[in-house]
Design a protein around this ligand. Structure first.
Ligand code: NAG
Ligand code: NAG
Ligand code: NAG
Ligand code: NAG
Ligand code: NAG
Ligand code: NAG
Length: 565
């Protein structure tokens, strides 16, 4: 119990607090001793994995975990090192970070070590994002991190030109997908929604730290051009574009590959900038609304809530994927910012459904992609597994059947569980993340570091000789943050990129008008939250409710414990 003094101080200082400070993270989270020891176990696992990388693959992009060898899949600049920096800093592994820093200054980002085209998307999210996040998290003192990000930024900026190379370059609004760093020419072709729309967080920070506005301008131009293209429903965009004409060339709408992080960045950029330009939040809200109306279904078995790929011409495919399971976490974030209880409750349903793919699989790790049969949709086009077949049985038992059973150490399901924990304060999410961590530790641990699984539909693991850098950047970080002190990467101070690199918010204020009715009314009736301690979830009763009304976040008021079990 806190003494009454802090409360008194709070009341006296009320008029001094910002009126538009926006609370995303649940204010009553505490780290219990059990969670502290779990965080230590995750840290230990990450340290061992990185030391294996150092031993067998230092300077290369990935460790080959089964053969104790290496491979270069990201132009040979040492992707695992750059992608791991922010995880080290988040985990407090400062010595490990300092031991990696000298390598960073030796990278020549103007030339790929391994000949080949440079992916604009992967280079921005892994290398640029990794460097800038490490710069911020290490106290903005290691200038080399910004300098190297800027070297990449100047090269990547050329992807926004038609690249004629004779002084008559044509400026484009959207970037091309591939850059040739030897000739400084982009490969002219189509660009995916995700490539054109996943750079504004990284380029905002790059401009902020270099003082060169051009990077942010390029990102803004790309976003603005996308928002002017055809919306198949308000806020829903096709998956590929021609940068020469700024027009869409596919009507396929998806939250999976090629599209996912465009939608993710709409709301995260609104968060980062305090909703300075309302078009990002509004487009995100439009898309969520349209997706709920036209792309979201419940399975006939189990009543699980999933979305589907959708084409305005050919309809739905009734599949969902591990990648697309980033969506419930992202919807929870946006629901809190926009104070929308409908989106909040729906996001939790989808989070439960994504979690179910883990808890119902033989290894406790979910597959890459799956099918389901939607309720209330009768069409000969709806795939249905043959009754009595293995897939038919799987559907009867689980409410989905597996389309692609591999696991490539992706983070998205755990990522959404992390958001669910930090935003609702319901510790069932911590238990689910722990189960996932134990399964990964048991089944993916390889001779060196951790390996992808060929299939999760088996009782003994069959591993593949690959270990993507996002395992270190993302999956390990979300495992850790779920158990860490909730003040570490607090969601009211950071936005987390699609590669899980935390970046500082440009402002902690968020302009989204007055509180809606449901906050003041009967939130318990609308929010599927249980509270055993009378403290309330977001918008709940007690002090949480009071703070919601006042629209402020006061860490000193952590009088309620979130530990209920
Ligand atoms: C290790 O991997 C590299 C790159 O794929 C390959 O050239 C080399 O032959 C491998 N070494 C061994 C011992 O397999
Ligand atoms: C800012 O970056 C752009 C893009 O690379 C570059 O063309 C420009 O010269 C830079 N401006 C300054 C002042 O360095
Ligand atoms: C530059 O290259 C483009 C495309 O190859 C060409 O159309 C244009 O005439 C060239 N301009 C000059 C000044 O050479
Ligand atoms: C919340 O979002 C839902 C779904 O998009 C929408 O129908 C509803 O109008 C929104 N509520 C408020 C208060 O904005
Ligand atoms: C979507 O499909 C309908 C029906 O076929 C068609 O009339 C409409 O023009 C399509 N919309 C777009 C934006 O292509
Ligand atoms: C959905 O669409 C994406 C993008 O076209 C595709 O890669 C994916 O295989 C489709 N299915 C699933 C389950 O994501």
């Amino acid at each position: 119990m806190h003494p009454p003094l802090p409360l008194l101080l709070l009341l006296l200082s009320l008029p001094l607090l910002p009126t538009h400070a926006r609370r995303v993270q649940h204010p009553n989270l505490v780290q219990t001793p059990l969670m502290k020891s779990r965080a230590e176990e995750v840290k230990q696992a990450f340290s061992e994995a990185f030391e294996d990388y150092r031993t067998y693959a230092w300077g290369h992009d990935e460790v080959a975990p089964m053969t104790k060898n290496w491979s270069d899949t990201r132009n040979g600049w040492g992707a695992t090192i750059v992608d791991s920096l922010s995880t080290m800093l988040v985990m407090g592994l400062d010595e490990m970070f300092l031991s990696a820093l000298p390598y960073i200054s030796t990278i020549d980002f103007t030339r790929p070590k391994v000949y080949g085209a440079v992916s604009v998307f992967e280079t921005i999210i892994r290398y640029v994002g990794g460097l800038l996040s490490a710069y911020e998290l290490s106290g903005k003192q290691h200038q080399v991190l910004v300098q190297q990000a800027e070297v990449l930024g100047h090269k990547l900026a050329l992807a926004w030109t038609e690249g004629r190379g004779n002084g008559t370059d044509v400026k484009m609004n959207m970037p091309y997908t591939w850059m040739n760093f030897e000739t400084d020419q982009p490969a002219v072709g189509a660009v995916g929604l995700a490539t054109a729309g996943t750079n504004i967080l990284e380029f905002h920070s790059l401009s902020a730290h270099t003082g060169n506005r051009t990077f942010l301008t390029l990102a803004e131009r790309s976003m603005a051009a996308l928002l002017r293209t055809t919306q198949y429903r308000p806020g829903l965009f096709g998956e590929s574009y021609s940068p020469q004409t700024d027009t869409g060339i596919s009507d396929k709408v998806s939250f999976g590959p090629n599209s996912d992080s465009f939608y993710e960045y709409l709301i995260k950029y609104a968060h980062m900038t305090g909703n300075e330009d309302p078009v990002y939040l509004q487009t995100w809200l439009d898309g969520v609304n349209s997706a709920m109306e036209t792309m979201m279904f419940k399975s006939t078995v189990g009543d699980w809530t999933w979305l589907s790929n959708w084409s305005n011409r050919t309809g739905h495919d009734y599949t969902f994927s591990h990648l697309a399971c980033y969506l419930p976490g992202n919807w929870l974030l946006g629901a809190r910012l926009a104070h929308n209880s409908t989106i909040f409750a729906t996001a939790l349903e989808i989070a439960e459904s994504c979690a179910h793919t883990y808890s119902s699989s033989p290894l406790g790790i979910g597959p890459e992609a799956w099918h389901y049969v939607p309720a209330g949709v009768t069409s000969t086009l709806v795939a249905h597994p043959y009754a009595g077949s293995r897939m038919g049985e799987m559907y009867e038992q689980r409410g989905y059947w597996v389309q692609d059973s591999k696991f490539v150490l992706r983070p998205e399901v755990v990522e959404s569980m992390f958001y669910a924990w930090r935003i609702t304060g319901d510790d069932v999410w911590q238990e689910r993340v722990w189960a996932a961590f134990e399964a990964v530790r048991k089944y993916c641990k390889a001779p060196a570091s951790y390996a992808s699984l060929v299939t999760v539909e088996t009782t003994e693991s069959v591993k593949k000789d690959e270990s993507e850098s996002f395992f270190y950047a993302e999956l390990m970080k979300y495992f850790y943050l779920t158990f860490a002190d909730p003040d570490v990467i607090h969601l009211d101070r950071y936005t987390i990129t699609t590669e899980a690199h935390p970046l500082l918010l440009a402002t902690e204020e968020f302009a989204y008008g007055p509180e809606p009715e449901w906050v003041i009314g009967d939130p318990q009736a609308q929010l599927p939250l249980t509270t055993a301690d009378g403290c309330g979830g977001p918008g709940g009763t007690g002090m949480g409710q009071l703070m919601m009304l006042m629209d402020i976040y006061v860490p000193a008021l952590e009088r309620c414990s979130s530990t209920r079990r």
